[in-house]
Ligand binder design. Structure first.
Ligand code: DX5
Ligand code: ZN
Length: 232
């Protein structure tokens, strides 16, 4: 695997101040965030309810980097146009969200966004076999989706390594989402991830008034991942 793969830190706004998303996004981007990860949840596919296309549209002007929308919803198709129209750069849908994920991924690209497929901890990586030629990103969930601040599930390390082999030299980024911390990011980077979503791991200890901890957390995560990636 080429050693010069990117190391991108994507804070999840699920752990941000829900009353001040614009200011929080500016703060994390001012302090080193490469992407902004936006967790859309419908209270049906996952046992939590966050926000939808209107919020994506409202925060878009505040995102100077990349808006990475993670759809934890089922069905997916009725919302693709609205989320893409809100300005999402990447839109990831779950392979478990329904029987027609192949068509949903085609629809995401047709709507003008870069398609990603997300996969839960209990789903074998082989479920992605017929989808890799449709996507620019694979989001491997490191936790059972729905909440921030959970513990990383170590069995996902082997899944990342297996996925890296399946991808070969296709231009597909592997994203890890959930449970990323200073304690876990090294092994995850060694396994082959490129994009590291972190909610609690970035937002802990900081605030819009005091964003310096955001910068320290992001820099620390990046340096651990870069050191580990050199050993890949
Ligand atoms: C979980 C979300 C993740 C979560 C990550 O359902 O998809 O993006 O916000 O949060 P942490 O990094 O706190 O596990
Ligand atoms: Zn997510």
């Amino acid at each position: 695997m080429p050693k010069d793969r990117p190391i991108l830190i994507a804070p999840s706004i699920l752990s941000a101040d829900f009353a001040r998303f614009g200011a929080e996004i500016r703060a994390i981007e001012d302090h080193g965030a490469d992407w902004v990860h936006v967790d859309v949840m419908d209270g049906h596919f996952v046992p939590n309810l966050t926000f939808g296309p209107q919020l994506c549209r409202a925060i878009r002007p505040h995102v100077r980097t990349v808006m990475d929308v993670h759809l934890m919803i089922a069905p997916v198709d009725p919302w693709i146009e609205a989320i893409a129209g809100a300005g999402a750069d990447y839109i990831s849908a779950h392979v478990e969200a329904g029987p027609h994920i192949h068509r949903s991924l085609q629809a995401i690209r047709a709507a003008g966004a870069r398609p990603g497929v997300a996969i839960n901890p209990g789903t074998p990586v082989e479920a992605l076999d017929n989808l890799l030629d449709l996507v620019d990103l694979v989001n491997v969930l490191g936790v059972n989706p729905g909440f921030g601040g959970q513990k990383f599930i170590p069995s996902q390390l082997a899944k990342i390594a297996r996925l890296r082999a399946m991808i070969g030299d296709r231009p597909i980024l592997i994203e890890i989402d959930g449970g990323v911390s200073a304690e876990t990011i090294g092994a995850i980077a060694t396994a082959g991830a490129d994009v590291f979503v972190a909610g609690a791991g970035v937002f802990s200890g900081g605030s819009v008034e005091d964003p310096a901890p955001y910068g320290r957390n992001i820099a620390n995560l990046r340096s651990i991942a870069q050191d580990a990636a050199r050993k890949r």
